[in-house]
Design a protein around this ligand. Sequence first.
Ligand code: PGA
Length: 243
Amino acid sequence: MKIYFVKDYEELSQKAFEIIESVILDKEYPVISLNTGGTPRQLFKNFVKAIQNDLDITRTTLLTLDEYVGPSDAVYSVQRYFKENLTDQIEDKFYHIDLIHGDANNQDEEIKRYQKILQKYPRDIQLLGLGTNGHIGANEPGTPFNSTMFVSKHTKETIESTKKEYKLSDEETPNEMFTLGFQEILQAKNILLLVSGRHKAKAVKTFLEDNISENCPVSYLRNYDNVTVIIDEDAASLLDLEK
Ligand code: PGA
């Protein structure tokens, strides 16, 4: 696992963008799998700006990490996030884009469908964020490290974060999510984890300084060489490690 410590959110977003851009420039048919939420907002902006300038995405496939169970046009849905923060803002078309259907009637079938997509389009990069409780995707604390794509029930902390991020009432806040499991996450060639802000500092400390344990899902990534983590000063503020 490689860690970059950066100053702030701006620098983190720029560095993440450069890593994704280099994959797009290097590969003939790049496959990029993004996540959503607060952390990658600026990265999406940088991506849009580059495409509006001259970054060619016409051979790039775009996939995702997870999706809330609920209507595809709900304010919190990953589909809507991609539309508002990316595809609506560019004229160019991705080679292929395939997101998870959070409104699928048959969830088992939807999982099988998306697992086939993941096989068909091997990911060059999988973007991840970190939950305040250490989750990656919706692999919440206690999820076995051999998990494969499933519908996860959110913990109280995750429900609170979603509620805050999308300014929802208790009733509106979703509490279940389709998520890639650890196994699918780790099948990507490269994994890029972004962590910003003081509210993540405790999770970062447990991630890097405690034992690898299912109680801290992200700690599993420490076993892998293909993982890059970018952490800003606020998120790193509780670490004892030498930087
Ligand atoms: P956030 O979410 O980027 O909105 O903080 C991260 C996550 O829960 O994966």
